[in-house]
Write a protein that binds this ligand. Structure first.
Ligand code: CAA
Length: 260
């Protein structure tokens, strides 16, 4: 499919999505969200696709935030009636149960930082900069920053970033636990694609269950989370891939996955 604001390609079992509005530093408008919603739904439905990577076009930005030029003339009533920003949770976060990675190649600000935080994890270029500068516009995070950033880096750093608009560089983001890994800029996308290919080569049902149980850690108590983990583990033992995986280990060979 062809899109106006994003590029989409399949590389074997990995879908690569590139935010492609470099003239506005890949600012996220309603059309980007609509197109991403379609891509996430297609990714979820396509059994051949097992991991997705999202990155930004150009050398400068992953995404410099929600599109300020789209919001500048909008009135409160419109924001409320449209339940503005709710589509990100509905169509992106809940758009797929499969794994996806944010490959952050530059500025990830406001909604850009929040989109990266929606991913299962972030791989960052050493040129990446993260921030929630909405306060400078007279507003505040609206796509999850106050919640996901706080869970990722703790109250002190999140509060400081949201109140001052200060940007965090890649090294600080790694030490604060915001990103999984920092990679030299020119190697970052290849590294993210290789990581995605490694995930895509794992038994797919185990990958779904793994994502679900780690996500549960943010939603529930320890006791319930541990129970949820055990139940998912037990469900996986009924899969053909469990039989194959354990047999392959004993026979000292690679497992051949059926995805069920
Ligand atoms: N929305 C719309 N356009 C944007 C944009 C955004 N968020 N960020 C950058 N642009 C546009 C600029 O207007 C400029 O376009 P023109 O050439 O037509 O003027 C183009 O992208 C290049 O940007 P700059 O000239 O500003 O580039 P720079 O290198 O001097 O600065 C920057 C880079 C520091 C990232 C700066 O662009 C900037 O501060 N951007 C805004 C960041 C921001 O405030 N993000 C939060 C948005 S609100 C939000 O996201 C709400 C939410 O919680 C979801």
């Amino acid at each position: 499919m062809n899109y106006e604001n994003i590029l989409v390609e399949q590389r074997d079992a990995v879908t690569l999505v590139t935010l492609n509005r470099p003239q506005s530093l890949n600012a996220l408008n309603s059309e980007v969200l609509r197109e991403l919603g379609e891509v996430f739904a297609a990714y979820e439905a396509d059994k051949s696709q097992r991991c997705l990577v999202i990155t930004g076009s150009g050398d400068k930005a992953f995404a410099a935030g929600a599109d300020i030029k789209e919001m500048v003339e909008k009135e409160t009533v419109d924001f409320y009636l449209e339940d503005f920003f709710s589509g990100w949770q509905r169509n992106v976060v809940h758009g797929t149960r499969k794994p996806w990675i944010a490959a952050v190649n530059g500025f990830a600000l406001g909604g850009g930082c929040e989109l990266a935080l929606m991913a299962d994890f972030i791989i960052a270029s050493d040129k990446a900069r993260f921030g929630q500068p909405e306060i400078n516009l007279g507003v505040a995070p609206g796509m999850g920053g106050s919640q996901r950033l706080t869970r990722a880096v703790g109250k002190a750093k999140s509060m400081e970033m949201c109140l001052t608009g200060r940007m965090m560089d890649a090294a600080e983001a790694e030490s604060a636990g915001l990103v999984a890994r920092v990679v030299p800029h020119d190697e970052m996308l290849n590294d993210a694609l290789k990581t995605a290919a490694a995930i895509a080569s794992k038994p797919p049902m185990a990958a779904l269950a793994t994502k679900e149980m780690v996500d549960a850690a943010f939603e529930t108590t320890l006791e319930l989370g541990l129970k949820h983990e055990r139940r998912l583990f037990q469900i996986l033992t009924a899969s053909e891939d469990k039989v194959e995986g354990m047999k392959a280990f004993v026979e000292k060979r690679e497992g051949q996955w059926k995805g069920r």
